[in-house]
Design a protein around this ligand. Sequence first.
Ligand code: FES
Ligand SMILES: [Fe+2]
Length: 396
Amino acid sequence: MNIQQSFKMLPTEEAAKLRGRGPVSARPYFDPEWWELERKAIFMRSWINIGHVCEVPEPGSFIRREVEFANASLLIVRGKDGEVRTFHNVCTHRGTQLTDERCGKQAKFSCRYHMWTFGTDGSLLSAPDFERFYVAKEDVGLKQVATEVVGGMIFINFDPEPEQSAREFFGPIADEMDQLPAASAIDFTEWTYEIPANWKTNFDNFQENYHLRFIHPRTGQQTIGEENPFGYPTHYGFVGPHRSQTLWSNPNPPPIPPTLLFGYQRGAELAHKDGMNFPKTDFKLFPCLHIVGLPPAQQFSHTHFPLGPDRTRGVIRMYWTKEADSASRLFTREFAAMSIRDVLSEDRYAVESGQRGLNSGAIDKIHLQDHEMLLRHLYETVQEKVADYLAEQEAG
Ligand code: FES
Ligand SMILES: [Fe+2]
């Protein structure tokens, strides 16, 4: 079963005809000036996944996140009222960063420089000798960043007045996200990496199966078969800036190699026992979040945080709805995470090499086949967002 109803999935031919078939420009995949436009037009005003609610379980729980594309350090804090809020990690007296801790739990945040102290709702609670300042306490609360939780995931938006709420932005997909394991997860396994590649070059690698048989001869065999030698998806769907594909299920998969068999079987048994039998999903959410769930084993998210025109940080998380309270649960989680790491380390070479080639400027066009239509959709969406931004700037 799939839950991609909101995307109105179409068979490949039909979907590809609607998307068009010409080449696209190579420049947006490496040009620093274009990246600066994307940064302003997209990343500084879109909903970006920054964390998960299980990281801030109680009032006073917080995480700090560095967001390079915004040159920002953020504190994501659960307030006494249960609300999750995001603040700049910047004291409103003279700018000192409030904490260096990556996470923690505290009732208030005191600045080490002159001891201004803020509550978990960002308000200034106290400041030594405040009578000598000529400002009201209410006017110097921590600077807030728009925050919303969808499907257990925390999203932020640097736009002071976002055009849409995150739920509006995801539209009908938001309800489907509420049904995924991440929505009720209490824990996750995280794996991050940095790669010298544009965020679109890196994301695109996870938007097509054309490469499976060449790049993943060992790990990809389960997903290709005689009647579908490339393991192509069967359907594609689009909702505004978001997209999806229906992954093909191999009716006669080759036997799992003996070295992997135990991990696979144990993973499936435990997932079944833990009630992780969620529907199959593959959501590519604008701009840079990929959520894929292959039941019964796991659901994972993969965020492609841009660090510059040719550098990206990938954050992969596998979500768990039960405590890792036994050796077999610990083993299967580690096994699942290492399996994904194996596949990704195969992709890494191709992505890095692709970026080096693009950076040389030797090709000015990229040719996309029908089963690469998700790449085309991301390219076109980025073009539209940048054009909208430029038109707004022009209109003043
Ligand atoms: S800079 Fe924070 S209290 Fe002075
Ligand atoms: Fe791959």
